[in-house]
Design a protein around this ligand. Structure first.
Ligand SMILES: Cc1cc2nc3c(=O)[nH]c(=O)nc-3n(C[C@H](O)[C@H](O)[C@H](O)COP(=O)(O)OP(=O)(O)OC[C@H]3O[C@@H](n4cnc5c(N)ncnc54)[C@H](O)[C@@H]3O)c2cc1C
Length: 302
C-alpha cells in the first residue's frame, strides 16, 4: 500500500511525487511514456519561463525532472499507462494496461491534456498540436493553412514563415492570441469566421494547401477515470478546491488536467506541491492527534 499513487509524470505529477517523498511519504508515480517530463518532451524550443532555469530547452527540462526523481529513489513506473482507477476500502486501486495492480491511500490525477483534433486525423499533410511534430516538419516553399486563433496558432505562423513557407494563412473562428504575436502577423493572412476543412485534398474554404496545421487548443485526458463520478467543468476539466481536492475524498487533480488560470510548467509544479501538502495533512491527522494525547498524558501523569 503506497501513501499516494500519482497518474502522470509531467511537471505536475513529478513535483507532487518529489514533495511527498521529501515529506517522508511513499509515493508511486506511473507514467505512460518511457521518461518523465510530460509535454516538455515535445518541446524542442528554449524554455525561458521557469525563473530559476536558464538556457535549457523543453527536452532538457524534461530530462532534468526525470533525473531529479531518480536521484531521490522515488518509485516511478515508466512506460506503463493506467487503464483504470477505482475507489476501494481504505484508498484507491490502479490497474495498468499491462495488468499490474497498485494500491494507495490517496490518488493524484496528473495526466495532463492532449491537443484537440476537431474531428481530424494526423497524417503527413495534417499536423496536430504544437512542438516536436511541427519542429520536425519541412515547410520550405509550401502553402500552409493554420487552423486556430490562440497563441499557438499565431506563434506557429511566425515559425512556419521563418522556415520558408511561401503562403501561410490562419483560419480562426475567434482570435485569442496575445499582442506580441498579433503585431507580427499581417491581417491579410488571417481569415476570420467559419470555414470548411477537406483533410484529404487538403483544402480549407475551397483553397488547396500542402499542409494543414491544427492548433485548436487542449482537452483534458483521463480515460482511465471514466467510471468515477468526478465533478467536471463544462469543457471536461476536473474541478477541485484550492487544495487540489476533487469531488471524491482523498482524490486530487493537478496541472493542466485541472485547468488552472495559466497552465505552464511552474503552475503545474505548484499544483503538485499544494496536493502533496494536502495529502500530508490528511495522512498525518491521526499522528498529530495521537501525539497530542501523549503530551496531555505526560502532563497529567503523577
Ligand atoms: C510545444 C510546447 C511548448 C511548451 N513550452 C512551454 C514553456 O516554454 N514553458 C512552460 O512553462 N510551459 C510550456 N509548455 C506547457 C507545459 O509543457 C505544460 O503546461 C506542462 O507540461 C503541464 O504539465 P502537466 O504535468 O499538467 O501535464 P503533462 O505535461 O501533459 O504531463 C502529463 C503526463 O501524464 C502522462 N499520462 C497521460 N495519461 C496517462 C495514463 N493513462 N497513465 C500514465 N500516464 C499518463 C502523459 O504521458 C504525460 O507525461 C509547452 C507545451 C508544449 C506542448
Amino acid at each position: 500500500m503506497f501513501d499516494a499513487v500519482i497518474i502522470g509524470g509531467g511537471p505536475a505529477g513529478a513535483s507532487c511525487a518529489l514533495w511527498l517523498k521529501m515529506l517522508g511519504f511513499r509515493p508511486c508515480l506511473i507514467e505512460r511514456r518511457s521518461a518523465l517530463g510530460g509535454l516538455q518532451n515535445d518541446n524542442p524550443y528554449p524554455n525561458e519561463w521557469i525563473a530559476s532555469v536558464m538556457g535549457k530547452t523543453g527536452y532538457e527540462v524534461a530530462h532534468d525532472l526525470d533525473a531529479h526523481l531518480t536521484s531521490h529513489s522515488i518509485v516511478c513506473r515508466r512506460g506503463e499507462a493506467v487503464a483504470s482507477l477505482e475507489v476501494v476500502a481504505g484508498g484507491f486501486r490502479v490497474t495498468t494496461e499491462n495488468g499490474a495492480l497498485i494500491l494507495a491511500r490517496t490518488a493524484v490525477l496528473a495526466s495532463g491534456v492532449r491537443p484537440v483534433k476537431g474531428g481530424l486525423s494526423a497524417s503527413e499533410q495534417v499536423l496536430i498540436g504544437p512542438g516536436r511534430t511541427m519542429f520536425n516538419a519541412a515547410f520550405e516553399g509550401q502553402h500552409v493553412a493554420i487552423l486556430g486563433g490562440g497563441d499557438n496558432a499565431f506563434e506557429n505562423y511566425i515559425f512556419v514563415r521563418k522556415r520558408g513557407a511561401t503562403t501561410v494563412h490562419i483560419y480562426a473562428r475567434t482570435i485569442r492570441a496575445r499582442r506580441e504575436f498579433l503585431e507580427k502577423v499581417p491581417a491579410s493572412d488571417v481569415r476570420l469566421g467559419p470555414y470548411a476543412v477537406e483533410p484529404e485534398t487538403p483544402a480549407v474554404a475551397d483553397r488547396a494547401y500542402d499542409r494543414l496545421v491544427v492548433l485548436y487548443g487542449w482537452e483534458p485526458y483521463l480515460p482511465y477515470a471514466r467510471d468515477l463520478e468526478l465533478a467536471r467543468t463544462p469543457r471536461g476539466f476536473v474541478e477541485t478546491d484550492a487544495a487540489c481536492q476533487t469531488s471524491i475524498p482523498n482524490l486530487y487533480a493537478i496541472g493542466e488536467l485541472a485547468q488552472r488560470m495559466h497552465p505552464c510548467c511552474v503552475t503545474s509544479m505548484a499544483d503538485g506541491i499544494v496536493a502533496a501538502k494536502a495529502i500530508q495533512r490528511t495522512l498525518e491527522e491521526d499522528a498529530v492527534a495521537r501525539f497530542v494525547d501523549r503530551v496531555r498524558g505526560a502532563v497529567t501523569a503523577p
